[in-house]
Design a protein around this ligand. Structure first.
Ligand code: ZN
Length: 298
């Protein structure tokens, strides 16, 4: 049954190798539980129970933790003949492409240093620093490796652990949209990238962070402006906001899209902008003219 298992041995729980792959302690606790169970498959309830003993936490978003583990390890959901009504889980080895993934994960020390320096040792999301705010900074890939991002310095930024976890959680929540994200990221124009993502995720609340990610603009760009430009092309995009702890989250939901203009969105938006300016100028001229006529009448 395990004849296709990779010969590479699995890392020990909490070994430096595992820590370098899985930064979240709770996810490593799930790994430990599965590792220690060995060939004995566990139900989700059993995993939950054992993880709770290890971490003292009862509710750990196990689905998300499992998805993180599956970046590197095979943890298939299996039907167990002894308990056919339930799925069971066991650690079945490395993912076939884990070697590539672990290699790609390593960032050169000089690029790491350069990234901290470029951002003035601040979290790129909240601006907090280790010195003043006692946060720990980690290196984040702006476009995640899983979505085709690279280890190039332009794709790196420091994030505090809190923002890094929030970002990981965001992508875990949107794993079913990774295909849409990958496709959008490959498009040549910022409006196409945002618009096609909204279309692929139509009917869902798309977090602003995902829009900013596919926008791929320098200095965070201005997704709000791009969305305004799409609206000018006739798109209906509804914005909503929610508070979550100290974060205020912003979402966009596509309600109606328009076909892309034949010459591409950029030139259509530029033409609209020119028409708007011309109309404004004419209005000013007309006001001046009627003011002039009024004076003549005096
Ligand atoms: Zn931060």
């Amino acid at each position: 049954m395990t004849s296709d298992a990779a010969p590479r041995p699995l890392p020990l729980p909490d070994s430096p190798e595992l820590v370098s792959l899985i930064s979240e302690a709770e996810t490593r606790a799930v790994y430990r539980v599965l590792y220690e169970a060995g060939e004995t498959p566990l139900t989700m309830a059993e995993v939950r129970e054992r993880v709770a003993v290890l971490t003292g936490k009862a509710n750990l978003q196990l689905d998300r933790r499992l998805r993180s583990l599956r970046t590197y390890f095979r943890v298939p959901a299996e039907r167990n003949p002894g308990r056919p009504q339930r799925f069971t889980y066991a650690l079945r080895g490395w993912q076939p492409d884990a070697d590539q993934r672990t290699a790609r994960k390593s960032i050169r020390a000089s690029d790491r240093a350069l990234t901290f320096h470029t951002y003035g040792n601040r979290c790129a999301a909240c601006g907090r620093t280790p010195k003043d705010d006692h946060v720990k900074l980690v290196i984040d890939h702006k476009v995640p490796l899983e979505l085709g991002g690279t280890n190039d310095p332009e794709n790196l930024q420091p994030l505090c652990e809190e923002d890094n976890h929030a970002k990981q959680a965001l992508f875990a929540d949107h794993e079913e949209n990774s295909e849409a994200l990958r496709n959008s990221l490959g498009l040549p124009d910022v409006h196409l990238r945002i618009g096609e993502l909204l279309k692929a995720m139509a009917g869902q609340d798309v977090p602003r962070e995902l829009i900013a990610l596919v926008a791929r603009e320098e200095n965070h760009g201005d997704p709000t402006k791009r969305l305004r430009e799409l609206r000018a092309l006739g798109w209906k995009i509804r914005n909503s906001k929610r508070k979550e702890g100290r974060r205020s989250l912003s979402f966009y939901r596509l309600e109606r899209s328009e076909p892309w203009p034949p010459g591409g969105p950029k030139s259509a938006i530029a033409a609209l902008e020119r028409a708007r300016k011309r109309a404004r100028r004419m209005k000013v001229e007309e006001a001046e003219r009627s003011a002039g006529t009024a004076e003549e009448g005096v």
